[in-house]
Each structure stands twice: as C-alpha cells, then as structure tokens.
Design a protein around this ligand. Sequence first.
Ligand code: ADP
Length: 599
Amino acid sequence: MRLRTRLFLAAFGIAGLSLLLAAALVAWLLERQLLDRIATDLVAEARLVADLVARSGTAPAVAELDREADSLGDSLGARVTIIETGGRVVGDTAEDGASLAAMENHGARPEIELARSAGIGVTRRYSTTVERDLLYAAVRVEHPRVGFVRLALPLTAVDDQIASVQRGTAVGLLLALAGALVLAWVTSAAMSRRVSAIAAVARRYAAGDPSPQIGAYGDDEIGTVARALDASVQELGRRLAELSRNRRLTDAILAAMTEGVLVVDARGRVKMANDAVRRLLQIEETPVDRHYVELIRHPEVAKQIGRALEVGGSSQTEITLSTEPVRVCLASAAPYTEQDDPGVVIVLHDVGDYRRAVQIRQDFVANVSHELRTPLTAIRGAVDALADETDPASRQRFLDIVARHTTRMERLVTDLLRLARLDAGQEVLRLDSCATASVFSSVAAELAPVLEAKQLRVAPRIEPGAERLAADPVKIHDIIKNLVENAAHYAPARSAIELDAGVEDAEAVVVLRVSDRGPGIPDTDLARVFERFYRVEHSRSRNPGGTGLGLAIVKHLVTLHQGTVEAAHRPGGGSVFTVVLPKRAPSAGAVETPHRLTA
Ligand code: ADP
C-alpha cells in the first residue's frame, strides 16, 4: 500500500472514528437530557395535578375525577390517571365510563409502587391500556380517596424529538466527515510528497551519487531526519573518498616498492601481494583470497609463514630464490594484530646487490693491496740492496728499479683517484664539437715514443659524416689514448694500429674503432676486460706498466657521453674496441647527470 494511502487512511480513520464517537456521545447525551427534562416536566406536572386533586373535595365522585383527569390531560397534552390508594383507577384521560370501570387495578404498576414507597415514581414501559411505549410519572396525593396521580406521555413524541436530534447530529457528522476527508487527503498528499522527495534523494544516495540535495526539507521532524540523512551521507562520502585516496596511495607505494610485500590472514589466505613479491616468488595466478600454501612454491618462505602464523613472533631468514638470475633475499615475517583480523606480513628484501657491492668492495681492497704490494716489495728490495751496494752501476740499476715502481704506483693512485672522482660524479662533461682527425693525431703524437719503440704505424680512416664528434675534448682524448696505449702494448712490432671513424644508424651515432693485430682477447674475457683490475690470463702479454684500471676508466668516460664500448675479435686476428657515441650532443640535463658505475 502506498504511503499516501496509508497516511490518508490513518488520518481519515482517526478523524472518522473520533467524529463518530463524538456524534454518538452527543446524541446519547442529548437524548438523555431530553428524556430527563421531559421526565422532570412530567413529574412537575404530575405534582401540579396532584395538588389540584388534593385541593378538590374530600370525596368526589368517580365521574367527577374522570372529568378532571380529562380536562387536565387536555390542557397538559398528557394522559392523566387518577388512582385510589388501593390501586383502582378513578379517572383517566384515555378511558371513560364503563371502560374506566373495567380497567384493571393499577396498584402494582411499577411507577405506582415507586410513588408509594418514595413519593415519586418514573418509569418507561409499554402500556397495555393504550398499546404503546409511554413515560410514566406518578406522585402520591394527600387525599382521603385519591392515592396517586399519574401522568403518561406517549414516547412517540419523545422519540420524534430524539430522532430530530439524531438527524441533526448525523447531518453534522456527515459534514464533519466530508471536511475530515478533504483535510486528510490534503495533509496526506503534502506529507507523502515530502517523504517521496526524501525517498528519491535516499535512492540516489544508495545508487552511489552523494551530491548534496539542494532544497528545503522543512523544520519539522521529517526535515530533521532528512537533514540528518544528508549530513551522514556527506560525511560517509568524505570518509569513503579519503579511504579510497589512502587505498590508492598504499597501492601506489606497494607497486613502487622493490621489496616484495605479502599479507596473509590468520586462516592462511593471502590478503595482499604486491608486484615485486609476485615477481620474486613467481606467482602467476591472482593471489588474493588463495591459500598461501597453494601459491608459494618456495618451501623456506612457506615454512616461515606457517611458523609465524602458528607460533607468532618476528623472524628473518636469508633465502635463495630460483629466479633467473638467482636472487638472494632477506625474508622478514612479522605478525600483525588487528582486533578481529590478525595475520602475518612477509617482506622480501633483495640483498643480492648489497652482497655484490660488499663483494666488489672486498675484491677491490684486495686488488689495490695486491697491486701496491708488488711495486712496494720491489722498491723495498732495491732500497735494501742500495744500502750495501757500492758499485755505482749497480746503484744506478737499483735506483732505476725504485723510480720505475714509484712511477707505477703513482699511475695506480692517479687512476684510482680518477675512478673515485668518476664514481662520485665529480667529473662534469663539457661537450664540444671535436674534429675526429685532431683527436686521432693528438693521441698518436702523445704516444709517439711508445709507438716508435715498437715501430708501430697508426692508420686513421675517417668516413664522411664522422669528421666531427660531440664530445668532451679531454675525455675523448683519454678514451682513445687508453685504447691506443693498450693496442700499442699488445700489437706485434711493426704492425699497424687502425683508427676508424664512421657513422651508423642513419647517422645517429658515430662509431670509433681501435684495432690491433695482437693476440686478441679470449671470448670468456671479452665482457670482463672493462672490470677494475681484470686482466686476461696470458702472462706473455701482461702490461708491466698497466694498472688494470685503464678500460674501467674508458667505460666510465664513454658512459658519461651516453655511449657504449665493447671489445671484440678483429677478423684476421687481434682485438677491436668499438666506441659508439651519439652524434648529436645529449641534452644538457642528461649529460650533467653523474654516472655511477660499479665496473
Ligand atoms: P691494463 O692497464 O692492464 O692494460 P686495462 O684495463 O687497460 O688494464 O686492460 C685490461 C685487460 O684487458 C688487460 O690486462 C689485457 O689483458 C686486456 N686487453 C686490453 N686491451 C687489449 C688489447 N688491445 N689486446 C689484448 N688484450 C687487451
């Protein structure tokens, strides 16, 4: 049933019931008042008649009394009955003569009995004499013969009056009911309109549109309820927005994390797993709401979660994951307690890089120590020998040893310092347009003594398009010098060292090549020669003046130019080092960025 109908029925029902009750009450009261008044009048008239009879002669004849009754009845508009103390009727408005004499004894009539005992008797009953409902009022008379005077009024007259009162009440009731009907209709319509408007807003809220309702709700309780609804929905909307903002932030943080994060609830169901953990633990399925045992194939991690769930307490374990490449991770498990939803958080931290860095540092320190020990031992030996040596030629020989090894240490320290500067990003690239030919010729000129010593030829070849380079002049010089120095060392005497410059990739890059006809580099070492202190194991070609850092510096400098460098076999024997540089100068911002290398 619609609200409007309910409201209407309720309002109209209450009004109708109240009106009906009121009308019934009014009708009943009026009827009673009317009857009371009629009875009072009748009693008063009966007293009057009794007075008149009492004043009449002491022993009037029956006929006289009957006449009296007739005349009094006429003037009063009621039936007057005069009754002797014994109950015999001696006068009656309705009966005369013989019929009067035939009237039965009235001494036992209820009103007479009441009058006999209380002086007055009023009853309402059916009269067998006149055959209708009558209202009787009897009073005792102080008279030697007459005992009672009774007045009777036919109730048809009374009923007529009552009926007219009831008719009036009914008309009033009908009019009031019609008014109530209209009022109930209008009120229920207005009320249901307001409630419907609020219901429409509530439906809109439920559908997920929390935009506030514009309009007045009114000042009554309905308005208060509507405003409270509005306020709570707005507040709820605000909190939901904040919650989803926080959720997005958490998701973004978790997605950006390199650490793997996995959350498992007390029943072992995965609540959350970020991309990193899925990658590390090689989880391909959708993990949320799955049991961790089904998802995690790594027995150590599964065991750690199980332990944390059963025993509680935090734990840390180092695990090796069979990913490609293999990773070493520190897995930390910590239980979390949330009122009704406890669980365990697992964080996988890839410590491979850290371990590698530690290893590199340790190797580096060992290498530096080793590199320094060789010249130091030689210097120490030479100095000891010098102390006892008196022969000038031998002394000179020992002094030469000291000088050579000091120079070597100097070089080592210079190279180490340079690498440290490059690592710290302290060497800034100052790009310029350099003529390739002059880079080649200045390197050849600087290394002329070395080249001449082995009668080596430098054969530069510059293809069209590669005449100029976008490079830092000092650094490109160092790059080529290092490569040519190595080539000069490893190349056989009287051979040629080729210096080529060309363009590739639709002239996007300049390619510089330094080739020699030396022993070349074994396949397994090609990629590693750029590592610090890495030397190919062929003692025959060991460069006594080398520090083992030259190619590491080259790689650093080339990377600073956003280029690449690699070593390869030269067709026909020997090695070829290829440096690829972007032809156009890289953007200033990118160039100035310090590059850190672990090579
Ligand atoms: P070094 O100072 O010992 O030359 P580098 O870093 O310049 O150190 O070179 C690393 C290693 O690479 C060298 O020890 C050598 O074994 C190898 N290498 C470099 N250049 C050549 C080359 N042109 N021919 C053969 N081997 C080379």
